[in-house]
Write a protein that binds this ligand. Structure first.
Ligand code: GRF
Length: 207
């Protein structure tokens, strides 16, 4: 069973989708704790209401990365809650040392685009402005780059002529909430192996 620590900065709808999959019995995992780098992030409130340990972790002096003392504070928090797997869910920082190396092939992220297209911020907006006909989301392992790690699951969304950034993002989020539990389910079942950039999904075990 995965003992997950969830890291977020915002609403926490992806955290909720993971929680719901576990509660529904479709994901063999436990969310041990939730951490946010923003003190009033709604993800903390959501977690506390569900009885999950949730804390603000100060990542200062950096604004766009977690590194050094902040990363050590995060590691201490995750260790205190016996976490063996980290899921970034709307966590708006690049992961640096010593956090980066602490969970080899045990740290994943969800990104609101079909990577490698549109890494970085507000990717749904980037896709719309570029004129892409397909948008979507990607669950990937974390590596040293920004949104560059090996891809586990992707789900596509057709861009409509009348889409705004908001309507497109909303449809992408519907797919995110399917993709994230699906990726974790594959990992929890031991079906995921990483071979360089490629993630292979093994056959389901016969019961
Ligand atoms: C999602 O769109 C995710 O892909 C991106 O940030 C957003 C987080 O949403 N990285 P939430 O906090 O899970 O609701």
């Amino acid at each position: 069973m995965l003992k997950i620590g969830v890291l977020g900065s915002g609403q926490g709808s992806n955290f909720q989708s993971i929680y719901d999959a576990i509660a529904a019995g479709t994901l063999d995992a436990e969310i041990r704790c939730v951490a946010a780098d923003v003190p009033d992030a709604y993800i903390l409130e959501r977690a506390r209401r569900l009885g999950i340990a949730a804390e603000f972790i100060d990542c200062a002096p950096f604004k766009t990365k977690i590194e050094g003392a902040g990363a050590r504070r995060m590691l201490d928090f995750l260790a205190a809650h016996d976490v063996d797997f980290v899921a970034l869910a709307g966590f708006m920082r690049i992961v640096k040392e010593p956090l980066l190396s602490a969970f080899p092939e045990r740290m994943v992220n969800i990104h609101p685009a079909l990577l490698p297209a549109f890494p970085g911020l507000a990717s749904w907006k980037q896709a719309l402005e570029y004129g892409a006909k397909l948008a979507g989301c990607t669950v990937h392992f974390i590596d040293a780059g920004m949104d560059t790690g090996p891809i586990i699951v992707q789900r596509a969304v057709a861009v409509r002529d009348d889409d705004t950034a908001e309507t497109l993002h909303a449809r992408i989020q519907v797919e995110e909430h399917i993709a994230y539990p699906e990726a974790l389910r594959l990992i929890a079942a031991g079906r995921v192996t990483v071979e360089g950039r490629r993630v292979r999904i093994g056959a389901a075990q016969e019961l």
